[in-house]
Design a protein around this ligand. Structure first.
Ligand SMILES: C[S@@+](CC[C@H](N)C(=O)[O-])C[C@H]1O[C@@H](n2cnc3c(N)ncnc32)[C@H](O)[C@@H]1O
Ligand SMILES: [Zn+2]
Length: 275
């Protein structure tokens, strides 16, 4: 069996992104985070130890909604670049809001692409991805458009239940953070990369960089009852009104088949009957 790639997750928080990589066969080591009393500015990583680095630095100063942006998010992106260079990893994956400024890590060939949760679920959350490779091997990501969007992704002050927020983020229904307050739990998962996006990217790196087979779905997502494969959320059982009709037609056809079988069986029973 191929060796398990060892990766370092920066700015992990509760590390939904790292969990998605673990589910796709990577061994993830977590760097410091202020929520556990650490600070990346004090972090001196070893050189030549890790295969890759993943992470999404804080984005508040890059957000269009922030009327008073500071320089902290820029500083944290520079810290991300410093750790990549010191570690001399083969590749890195940087995740942020679509308005995040571009940067260049010396010695790496880079590509930048956007990805939307709406390509995998009924909710939208657009993220910007920068993938850097020391040896120049690039990814070939999907580009989709989607019209049917049920709502936006979750926020830290989300009014939906914690279970509903977990479902939107692709987490299992029984996911819990026992030492957090309810508000803290919502904030922590809202900060995270939805599992649908993380799993897609982890699978893409797994197949492109490590030549592993086509990834399977490694996140929690209910699919439409009609069998079309489209994702559903909340109380919905079908992705579209046409799916409900398709499922009804299939049930009607089944009922017709059952009645035909009963008639056929009855006639066989009568034919075999010897008084
Ligand atoms: C967008 S969140 C990362 C979420 C994570 N990628 C996930 O998928 O769950 C950014 C994280 O950076 C952390 N952070 C902010 N300043 C930091 C610093 N100076 N050193 C280390 N971590 C920091 C925050 O506490 C937060 O958890
Ligand atoms: Zn369907």
């Amino acid at each position: 069996m191929a060796e398990t790639p060892l990766i370092l997750s920066l700015f992990p928080g509760i590390d939904l992104l790292g969990r998605a990589f673990e589910a796709n066969g990577f061994c993830v080591v977590r760097g410091p985070d202020v929520i556990t009393g650490g600070d990346i500015r004090d972090f001196a990583p070893p050189t030549g130890c890790f295969d890759g680095i993943i992470g999404g630095p804080p984005c508040q100063d890059f957000s269009r909604l922030n009327r008073n942006p500071g320089t902290y998010s820029h500083e944290m992106t520079s810290e991300f670049c410093r750790v990549v260079q010191t570690s001399a990893v083969d590749w890195f994956l940087y995740e942020n809001v679509v308005t995040a400024p571009s940067f260049q890590v010396e010695g790496y060939q880079q590509q930048c692409f956007a990805i939307d949760l709406a390509w995998f679920s009924p909710y939208s959350r657009r993220r910007n991805i920068v993938f850097g490779s020391k040896h120049g091997k690039m990814l070939n990501p999907i580009i989709r458009t989607k019209a049917e969007i049920a709502g936006t992704c979750i926020t830290g002050s989300d009014e939906r239940s914690f279970a509903a927020c977990c479902e939107i983020q692709g987490l299992p229904a029984d996911f819990d953070l026992p030492f957090f307050s309810l508000a803290g739990k919502k904030q922590a998962i809202a900060n995270g990369v939805p599992m649908q996006l993380g799993s897609y990217i982890a699978g893409l790196i797994s197949s492109t960089i490590y030549g592993r087979g086509t990834p399977k779905q490694t996140y929690n997502q209910r699919l439409c009852n009609c069998g079309c494969g489209r994702p559903v959320a909340g109380k919905a059982r079908y992705a579209h009104a046409s799916c409900r009709k398709r499922a009804q037609r299939a049930r009607n056809a089944d009922m017709r088949q059952i009645s035909t079988n009963i008639v056929a069986n009855n006639s066989r029973t009568h034919n075999n009957y010897m008084p």
